[in-house]
Design a protein. Sequence first.
Length: 377
Amino acid sequence: MRKLKGILLIIITLIFSIFYFTNINVNVPDLAPLIMIAFISLMAYVAYELYGFPRFSDTPIQITVLKGLITIMVVYLALLYILGIFAGYRNNVFCATTVITIVGLISTEIYRYILINANRDSDLFPFIVTLSIIILELSQALNVNTMISTSAFVVYMCNVITPIVLKNLVLTLYSQHINIRIAFVYSILVMSFRGIIPVVPDLNEFTYAFADILLSFLVLSMSYRVIIKSYEGYSMIGIKDGFTLLDLLIFLLFVSFGILISGASPVQIFVSEKNINHITIEKGDAPVVFKGVNEFSFNEKDILMDNDNKIVGIAKVEEIKPTDAREKTIKKLYYLDDENNYVEIDNSNIKGKVLYNIKYLFKPSLKVKEYLNGGAQ
């Protein structure tokens, strides 16, 4: 009977998710977030009435996991705010919507915590509960009108679906093996800080999605190691037990790649989607561009990118000296078009200079993109 109650709640959650995705989110988008929060709050209350609130004794590993989480969170926020130096910052206004959002996050974690811990004797229950919450959150985050194309779905996979899945894996781990307080800290302060902190970096959604994926991966691996060592009977488990040298290397690699591809810093990495005449950059290469370069720093054979992300090689340079002391020296840059004619480059449209070209880095991803699009180039 106890499991039957939980399964019934999960079924209701799944039915509501489908109805929300296909009807509420489409027909009343302004009211949809309030309806979602009202629903999950009601489900948390019903779960409490059916099961009560499970309570367990605190364990030493809770402090270790919390310290590890705080360490990762500090590094995560520090890196984002450093990027904000280049991208700028924006102000948040703490309002009723913020409070309502926090209520929704708290209700979700209470619902998760009660359902999982009231059925601790079932190994499958945590998975089913987590899956139902992931589907519920995806029904709110996805847009049925924009998912009709393959390319849109790929973007959703990277920017929306993957962060939500990883976040929920972490929160289930905390609810099942640590305590709900740490789940609150992670859900509200770490994953949702952009709606709470008054000033946040003005970064694009890709950068935040990439950062959330990296954060969730590190927190999940750290917490899992600490919990496993605790269950295996290790004594005096500290923060260092949750990290390895491999974690550090992966972290540095992903942070560097994320900063380069995000565009938040002066140096950015791009995807070359076609072969470029007269230069060595080919389809699938990854040119690294230093932005904001003055035209006077260019010479023949240098490679530049314009504001439309078009890459050209400089084939000729003309420097026109002033005839009047009040005039400035003019530097004209030219590239060769497909017919080998010289075409002048608009200096005001130059984005930056290609510093280095990483061969074949994005070739696999372009192949996947072509396959998903039915083989279209």
